[in-house]
Design a binder for this molecule. Structure first.
Ligand SMILES: [Zn+2]
Ligand SMILES: [Zn+2]
Length: 267
């Protein structure tokens, strides 16, 4: 792992190729399908670039293993599988090896140490918790408390400052249901800071297709004047999600509605 985040703008600056950088595997225990099936679904759907970014392992002090990400023991098998597929299908599609990673301050150094010997191309940040993964601080729980939202945004910014992340997945996954002006203030603070750091944010097609609370219209409203860079991420948890053009088209329509600049081509 190199401490230079992969710049997906540079990979395909003319946006000729259909590209998705947010793809899971069954190792996270809530996605289905073989790795190869994701590759074949992507090729059949016209993708030229497919980034695997399964939920990264985390090494906690007490040996706790989460039920929603691969274990540290599975990491090498993940690397071997994706790099072998990249080689096998290299004439049909460009495959990148990535991770969707939580920035847990207490565990981040250990994670870097684990992945350092391997040819990881990139990490996206998917921050589903505040602090260090204690169950009570899951971001998707409805909250009205500004302090939580403030600290959540602070933690993402702190993580981004490490320089390891290519983009921020679902920037609107904190389920804040309090005062809209407070929500927009912190989301704009997050988005402006990332823009200054040249880090794109995602419009998440899984949230869109499942009618979740994200993509959050108040988030989109808050950032629409900013001229920040956005990436549409399928967040595929099964191969069929890659085949489903409607969800990608829906995200493109959202981007158009709010005047957001999308830097990857998805359809
Ligand atoms: Zn997931
Ligand atoms: Zn994801």
């Amino acid at each position: 792992m190199k401490n230079i985040p992969m710049d997906i703008r540079a990979i395909d600056k003319d946006k000729i190729n259909i590209a998705n950088y947010h793809t899971h595997t069954k190792r996270c225990m809530h996605a289905q399908g073989e790795d190869r099936e994701y590759v074949e679904a992507a090729i059949e759907s016209g993708y030229k670039i497919l980034g695997f970014s399964d939920h990264s392992p985390q090494i906690s002090d007490d040996g706790y293993l989460s039920g929603m990400r691969m274990s540290p023991m599975e990491f090498e098998g993940y690397v071997d599988s994706i790099t072998a597929l990249a080689k096998e299908y290299k004439n049909d599609i460009k495959i990148y090896l990535g991770l969707e990673t939580e920035y847990f301050p207490a565990m981040f150094e250990r994670l870097l140490k684990l992945i350092e010997p391997y040819p990881v191309d990139y990490m996206i940040m998917g921050q589903h918790w505040l602090y260090n993964q204690v169950p009570e601080t899951v971001a998707t729980k409805k909250r009205t408390d500004e302090q939580y939202l403030k600290e959540y945004v602070d933690q993402i910014i702190e993580g981004m400052k490490t320089g390891y992340f290519t983009y921020l997945a679902h920037p609107d996954v904190a389920n804040f249901v309090g005062d809209v002006s407070i929500y927009k203030k912190h989301m704009l603070r997050l988005a402006s800071t990332l823009k200054e750091m040249n880090i794109p944010m995602e419009i998440n097609a899984l949230g869109y297709a499942d009618n979740r609370f994200y993509p959050n219209k108040y988030f989109l409203e808050a950032v629409k004047e900013l001229e920040a860079d956005f990436v549409i991420g399928v967040d595929a948890h099964n191969p069929e999600m890659l085949r489903d053009e409607a969800r990608r088209r829906g995200c493109m329509e959202l981007a158009e509605k709010y005047g957001l600049k999308v830097i990857n081509k998805v359809i």
